[in-house]
Design a protein around this ligand. Structure first.
Ligand code: ADP
Length: 765
């Protein structure tokens, strides 16, 4: 409603209706006029009507005007006007004094005068009402303010108790760097008086250092200083050492800038966490982990060394026995040689299995899972066991053709190993004229079950319980049949490592059924390059037609002799020998051999380094290198292949494999060159008679210059295995010829007495 239409209400009370009518007529243009002839009735009306001005006659029958207005004053804020004659002057004075009226109109009243008085009174009433409203608003606002102050006090109290109870320190600075809030946790770190220090002195004052040093933290780089520049940072580590923390503490600090509503940085907040203990436990844990890793490395090292130490002598045993077996021996001797081979291979199997098991146990069995063609793996394994089966009159039957072109997810080598273990057990523990049946079958979850059943004596329940435990050979078989008791334990671990399962069912007197399951996969793979090494073997009698130069870098004389003997069958092949890496590199550069056989353990430098040098040198980088090592760990093999070795052959050397590689690598002579004992290119050098000068590298190991007596003493010290005496003599050699001294010391330190003895006897010749 606007001011033009709004009309204040005037209540006129008089017992004379004519007067009421005339006042109504006088005021109705400007006011809503309400009239009443009865003061008591008018009192009631005031209770529920908004009245701006009350006009009351003094003389009325029930209540006087003064009395009525006095009541009206209690009921509303209307401006009160008394209409009174001269005779009522006393009542008027009383009414004015008592504050009952704001104004009065004398009788007889002038209409204009009355109207002006009422208008003024209405304005006054309006002002009063506005003032009252304003006062109400102010009161409301004050109340709201009081309420929000109370809420704020409550919030502050909660916040304070949170900050007080927090283990993390909290500190807040304003934009001048003054600390405006520190909780008790911070006070415990920095002291109660911490608030008073200027930012440029924080590090000195509170003892804040760069962790792990005695250097004070640069003040401008302190996290809180950065927050005051608007930066946010988390996990900043500081070291605090001061009178409150004399033992020092490591803290991690998170900071945020403190911003006002306009986004301007007005200070910084830091939350400081004591991480001393956490860091300490982390350190302990790390140390324990490092210790465990060191121990694990030591174990691997031990495995590798053991593998080397055991395989090196085995290499000679098996290599020479293989050569002997190829010779034309009397039946008795042939059978002796076969015994040596059998024992040797058994030992080799044992070493391999112990190493494998140790690797599995150490979690280091390295697998290269790939899709493996079932027929490949099964056929290869069957081919290998067929001779043993027929020797024992066991019929081998296989039904895998429905799955022949399917693939399983497996490590090719390990899958073959498992198949061989199970097949050879089924043959070994069979009865004579028995049967072994291999079957394939797809089972649930896209898996293939390969089952090998035999007609052997079966395994009882006790036996079945422990059959997959290492070294567990069931009593009945212990003496009769060869074995290590490791095959099944290893097979189980390998199958499981390939994500499969293995099991057995057996009936005593009927036979056993071993099975394992692997996932079938769809993907086809390229055939492997090295698969045909063995299949391409030439008959040894045809060996003569190959020609070329082979460099053999090896410091073990037995191994050298073995290769020499193999090559004795290849008159067209020249063998260069080097017992040290450096000499090997020189020979490779000058003679550019067709094939390099490289041992890894050399006295002067590692074979791996030799390999890398060969690969880096333009003159030698194309020459195929086959690494020979007693270390059968797959990681080492992979590393050397990655470094450029064409093959990684593990000792003991497989004579047939060496021959296959030789024939793969070297060229065959043209027919016109074939007759004759030696190849035309090196008529003066017989392939298997290595040049001693080349072998001993006289330009560096010039033992010929040494006094005969010293040489003699060296020989006897070597013969008697007197290490201390040998060391003394080598020290004397080193005085006269440091290079030879070093070479001898290298050999002596590795207890290569064989080599030393050969070296010393060659000088004597
Ligand atoms: P190994 O064959 O070298 O002794 P394995 O771990 O392969 O070691 O086998 C452990 C033992 O389980 C064997 O010595 C033999 O007693 C028993 N065994 C394994 N396969 C069969 C089988 N097919 N039939 C009967 N007994 C078996």
């Amino acid at each position: 409603m606007t001011d033009q239409t709004y009309k204040p209400t005037v209540l006129v009370v008089d017992d004379e209706p004519q007067i009421l009518a005339s006042i109504h007529a006088l005021l109705e243009d400007d006011f809503d006029v309400v009239v009443s002839t009865d003061a008591m009735e008018a009192v009631e009306l005031l209770k529920n009507t908004q009245i701006a001005v009350i006009l009351a006659d003094q003389r009325m029958p029930n209540l006087t005007g003064g009395e009525f207005l006095s009541k009206a004053r209690e009921l509303c804020d209307a401006t009160r006007i008394l209409i009174t004659g001269y005779v009522d002057i006393d009542a008027l004075i009383r009414a004015v004094n008592d504050g009952q009226i704001h104004s009065y109109v004398p009788k007889p009243w002038e209409p204009a005068n009355l109207k002006v008085t009422v208008l003024k009174a209405a304005t006054y009433a309006k002002e009063i009402s506005q003032r009252k409203k304003a006062a109400e608003i102010v009161a409301e606002q004050q109340e709201a303010l009081a309420r929000s102050e109370a809420a704020y006090r409550e919030q502050t109290k909660i916040l304070r108790s949170v900050l007080d109870s927090m283990g993390d320190g909290v500190l807040v600075t304003d934009d001048s760097g003054k600390m405006v809030l520190l909780n008790p946790a911070v006070e415990q770190m920095l002291g109660r008086s911490a608030a008073g220090t200027h930012q440029s002195e924080w590090a000195e004052r509170y003892g804040i250092y760069v962790p792990g040093t005695d250097t004070l933290y640069p003040n401008d780089k302190l996290p809180l200083a950065r927050a005051m520049r608007g930066e946010t940072a988390d996990g900043i580590e500081l070291y605090v050492r001061n009178q409150h923390k004399p033992d020092g503490m490591l803290v991690s600090v998170n900071v945020r800038p403190l911003k006002d509503d306009s986004g301007e940085t007005k200070g910084g907040v830091a939350v400081v966490r004591d991480i001393t203990l956490a860091k300490y436990s982390e350190d302990i844990l790390r140390q324990a982990k490092e210790e465990a890793e060191r121990a694990n490395r030591a174990k691997s090292e031990f495995l590798s060394r053991m593998s080397h130490e055991l395989r090196t002598p085995l290499n000679s045993i098996l290599g020479f026995a293989q050569l002997l077996a190829l010779a034309d021996l009397a039946a008795q001797h042939q059978s002796n040689v076969q015994q040596i081979l059998k024992g040797g291979y058994h030992l080799l199997e044992l070493i391999n299995e112990v190493l494998d098991l140790a690797r599995v146990e150490a979690g280091r069995l390295s697998l290269s899972p790939e899709p493996v063609l079932i027929s490949d793996a099964v056929k290869e394994a069957l081919d290998l066991v067929r001779p043993i089966a027929s020797a024992q009159n066991i019929m081998l039957s296989a039904d895998f053709f429905a799955y022949a072109d399917r693939y399983v997810h497996a490590d090719r080598q390990r899958l073959k190993q498992v198949l061989l273990n199970l097949l050879s057990n089924a043959i070994k523990f069979n009865r004579s004229n028995g049967m072994v049946v291999l079957r394939c079958e797809q089972v649930l979850n896209g898996r293939l079950r390969i089952e090998i059943a035999d007609t052997g004596s079966g395994i009882d329940d006790e036996g079945l319980k422990k059959i997959f435990t290492p070294f567990e050979r069931l009593a009945a078989d212990r003496n009769a049949i060869g074995g290590t008791g490791l095959g099944l334990a290893l097979s189980k671990r390998m199958v499981e490592a390939m994500g499969g399962t293995i099991g057995v069912e057996s009936t005593v007197g009927v036979g056993s059924r071993f099975y394992f399951e692997l996932s079938l996969v769809e993907q086809a793979v390229e055939p492997r390059m090295d698969r045909d090494f063995h299949s391409g073997l030439m008959a040894l009698g045809q060996a003569a037609s190959y020609q070329g130069t082979i460099l053999y870098i090896e410091d073990n004389i037995s191994n050298i002799r073995l290769i020499e003997q193999i090559l004795a069958r290849y008159p067209g092949v020249r063998l260069l020998e080097a017992m040290r890496g450096k000499l090997g590199l020189e020979l490779a550069n000058t003679h550019r051999p067709d094939w390099i056989l490289l041992d890894l353990h050399l006295p002067d430098m590692g074979g791996e380094e030799v390999l890398r040098t060969l690969r880096q040198d333009q003159r030698t980088q194309e020459i195929p290198v086959s690494v020979l090592s007693a270390d059968a760990t797959p990681s080492q093999a992979n590393r050397l292949k990655a470094a450029g070795a064409r093959e990684y052959l593990t000792k003991p050397l497989d004579v047939r494999q060496i021959i296959a590689l030789l024939e793969k690598t070297l060229q065959r002579e043209r027919p016109e060159n074939q007759p004759g004992a030696s190849g035309p290119s090196f008529p003066e050098q017989h392939g298997h008679q290595p040049d001693a000068a080349l072998r001993w590298a006289p330009e560096t190991v010039t033992l010929t210059g040494l006094p005969a007596e010293l040489l003699q003493q060296l020989r006897s010290a070597v013969r008697d295995g007197e290490k201390d005496r040998l060391d003394e003599l080598i020290a004397t050699v080193a005085n006269q010829d440091p290079q030879s001294g070093r070479a001898l010391k290298n050999l002596a330190d590795r207890y290569e007495y064989d080599t030393l003895s050969n070296l010393l006897s060659e000088v004597a010749q």
